[in-house]
Write a new protein. Structure first.
Length: 159
């Protein structure tokens, strides 16, 4: 299984807007790592494109060792998919990740934060304002271990 085609990424799973621009700000609803065409929660390295796997291997992930990857892959894969979805959505509105001014990150287990933080560094050259929250559950299933919402500053030159 591979990631959904670009035209389905970032689509909401229910009746709400995935993103809405108000003035100079673009607000993204919480993004989770679900393939909208199949409804499958993405949590294995084989579900990622080769470029993502190479970047994650450079961080020491996607080791090929089942006894290691089975524990790390859900948060690492979901981190990459969620941040890539945010990047794609921001780009579709004329911005880039340098325009992201705030993230709110929801974790099922805060012990997942260090892995997410390392993956996040692949997407942001500079630190971004962020809030981290631990929650007991997330939709649509307990396999979802991360959700991220973003606020993006869209200067007039990018619109």
């Amino acid at each position: 299984m591979s990631l959904a085609p670009d035209n389905t990424r970032g689509q909401p799973l229910a009746r709400y807007a995935a993103a809405r621009q108000l003035g100079e700000y673009l607000y993204l609803s919480g993004v989770i790592a679900v393939d909208p065409t199949s409804g499958e929660v993405l949590e294995r390295y084989r579900q990622l494109p080769d470029t993502a796997r190479s970047a994650l291997k450079a961080l020491g992930y996607d080791t090929g060792q089942l006894s290691v990857d089975v524990f790390e892959s859900p948060i690492v894969v979901q981190s990459w998919v969620v941040l890539e979805s945010i990047r794609t959505t921001v780009a579709s509105h004329g911005g880039d990740m340098a325009n992201v001014c705030r993230l709110v990150q929801y974790f099922r287990d805060l012990r997942s934060y260090p892995a997410y933080n390392r993956v996040r560094d692949l997407f942001f050259a500079q630190p971004v304002v962020s809030t981290v929250v631990e929650v007991s559950r997330m939709l649509p299933t307990d396999a979802v271990v991360l959700e991220v919402e973003a606020t993006v500053w869209m200067p007039p030159s990018s619109r």
